[in-house]
Design a protein around this ligand. Structure first.
Ligand code: NAD
Ligand code: UGA
Length: 478
């Protein structure tokens, strides 16, 4: 029997739930998509008439939302009602690392997923396909199924039955819409062929059939964690090699280019940077570490844990270099920080390398002026856990005796006056066209550019008279 999906509910209107359902609503016009969340502010933002105020910034997103919102895509806090009406429910809630209790610091906190399963269990009517969209530890589907199965024991008037599928999301932030519209593959894990086919039918509205893979449910859950672990591992690998480049005279860009031409290695994800950020790499690897430890696979656990350790070490290494190059002290020195998002084209700062690096620089006494075209001051304050200071540092008398540094935010690039250094942390396009010959005149000499993203034009920066440090560059001399 072919199951035809007419009404979809997505629980969780975050960086995944919002864009994913927007793209589905574009390609599956005959299906109603209700995206629900317990966060009223987030829902209000999704419903904002001003499309520049959507809670997630992704190139191409607002154009889709403008066409499908209130046509077949709806954002609301009507969780119960939407569950009742749905024949397919995506669980797309957050699964952060546990902060306390068993497995703290490594295991995923499944409290939000469990709450969703209970909500679905109590409110669903008839047969419902429940799809894991969140990234989950292997075997979570079993937990979800058990909670769902308890539905009919809860004195419910209507009977209900469920199939659980795993359909992990592989989108990357900043390219979410492109990734969703042209996915390398769509992965569907499950046991019930009809349910798997029903989900596959939806994707086939825009994804070629050959790109839709079916696996068992545990393979699907594990493939998602493994995919992120492999990607993060490449970044830690290339960042570790960048440190060798700096002491040997090799250049990481040349090394990346050379190894990337080996088709077995491939050229993607070989860009050395300030260390990987984002909400998922660290959490998903630590999840894998926890899983390995749980099954007594200690060597496997240590192998993956080192990917995270190298990343943290690499971030500290950048702070150390800035301090060393500025004559061993950055106390009361103004440093312009370009970029705070964990990568370009997103307003997301979760686990951004900028958080640790800026905190460390403030601890060293620096005065930071932080610019980012999409991240705001409130977000930066939340991340740094330090209040911004007044605009004019020099007149702040309290500052003189204060050992700690400070920071302020700027939404424009008129910020180089009296700065000792510029530190590039996010590869925003607009930083590529900075007029370095103009900027250098405003700065204290010797003026430094620290480029952790390899985006500045080396010739122009050097011609302007800057000292330049680039990640993984052993050739450059002061
Ligand atoms: P997010 O924090 O941006 O969004 C999650 C949303 O779920 C929040 O708005 C929260 O209020 C809502 N929520 C939590 N419990 C709820 C409940 N019981 N009912 C209704 N709403 C509830 O998280 P995200 O970045 O969208 O990630 C979601 C999942 O997708 C995570 O498991 C993550 O690992 C995975 N993932 C994320 C990305 C990414 O790029 N961010 C990519 C692939 C996979
Ligand atoms: C990553 C994966 O790429 C997605 O496939 C996955 O779905 C997602 O995690 C998830 O599960 O959340 P995302 O974190 O959004 O996506 O962004 P990436 O492009 O992977 O970048 C992650 C971090 O690595 C960024 O800080 C980026 O600057 C850094 N990076 C990336 C490098 O330093 N060098 C590179 O070559 C590539």
């Amino acid at each position: 029997m072919e199951l035809k999906i007419k009404n979809v509910c997505c629980i969780g209107a975050g960086f995944v739930g919002g864009p994913t359902m927007a793209v589905m609503s574009k390609f599956c016009k005959e299906i109603i998509f209700n995206v629900v969340d317990i966060n009223q502010k987030r829902i209000d933002d999704w419903n904002n008439e001003d499309l520049d105020k959507l809670p997630v910034y992704e190139p191409g997103l607002k154009e889709i939302v403008s066409k499908t919102r209130n046509e077949n895509l709806f954002f609301s806090t009507n969780v119960k009602e939407s569950i009742k009406n749905a024949d397919m429910i995506f669980i797309s809630v957050n699964t952060p690392t546990k902060k306390s209790g068993l497995g703290a610091g490594k295991a995923s906190d499944l409290k939000w997923v469990e709450n969703c399963a209970r909500e679905v269990s109590s409110n669903a009517i008839g047969h419902t396909i429940v799809v894991e969209k969140s990234t989950l530890p292997v075997k979570t589907a079993e937990v979800i199924q058990k909670i769902l199965n308890s539905a009919n024991q809860n004195n419910k008037k209507e009977t209900s039955s469920f199939d659980v599928l795993s359909n992990p999301e592989f989108l990357a932030e900043g390219t979410a819409i492109k990734d969703l519209e042209y996915p390398d593959r769509v992965l569907i894990g499950g046991e019930n062929k009809e349910a798997m086919l029903a989900l596959s039918q939806m994707y086939q509205n825009w994804v070629p059939k050959k790109n839709i893979l079916f696996t068992n449910i545990w393979s699907s859950e594990l493939a998602k964690l493994t995919s992120n672990a492999f990607l993060a591992q490449r970044i830690s690998s290339i960042n570790s090699i960048s440190a060798i480049c700096e002491v040997t005279g090799a250049d990481i860009r040349e090394v990346s280019r050379a190894i990337g031409r080996d088709s077995r290695i491939g050229s993607k994800f070989l860009e050395s940077g300030p260390g990987f950020g984002g909400s998922c790499f660290k959490k998903d690897i630590l999840n894998l570490v926890y899983l390995s430890e749980y099954f007594g696979l200690m060597e496997v656990a240590r192998f993956w844990e080192e990917v995270v350790n190298i990343n943290t070490w690499h971030q500290s290494r950048i702070t150390k270099i800035v301090v060393e190059k500025l004559f061993g002290s950055i106390s009361q020195k103004k440093i312009v920080v370009l970029g705070f998002a964990f990568k370009a084209n997103t307003n997301d700062t979760r686990e951004s390398a900028a958080i640790k690096i800026c905190k460390d620089l403030i601890m060293e006494g620096a005065e930071l002026v932080i610019h980012d075209p999409k991240v705001n001051s409130i977000q930066i304050e939340n991340d740094l856990q330090v209040k911004p200071s007044s605009e004019n540092y020099c007149q702040d008398e309290n500052y003189i005796n204060n050992q700690l540094g400070k920071w302020r935010f700027s939404n424009n690039l008129n910020i180089f006056e009296n700065a000792h250094a510029v530190l590039v942390l996010t590869e925003w396009e607009e930083y590529k066209s900075i007029k370095w010959d103009y900027v250098v005149k405003k700065m204290v000499k010797p003026a430094w550019v620290f480029d952790s993203r390899s985006i500045v034009n080396v010739d122009l920066v050097k011609k302007a008279g800057f000292n330049l440090w680039r990640v993984g560059d052993g050739i450059q001399k002061e």
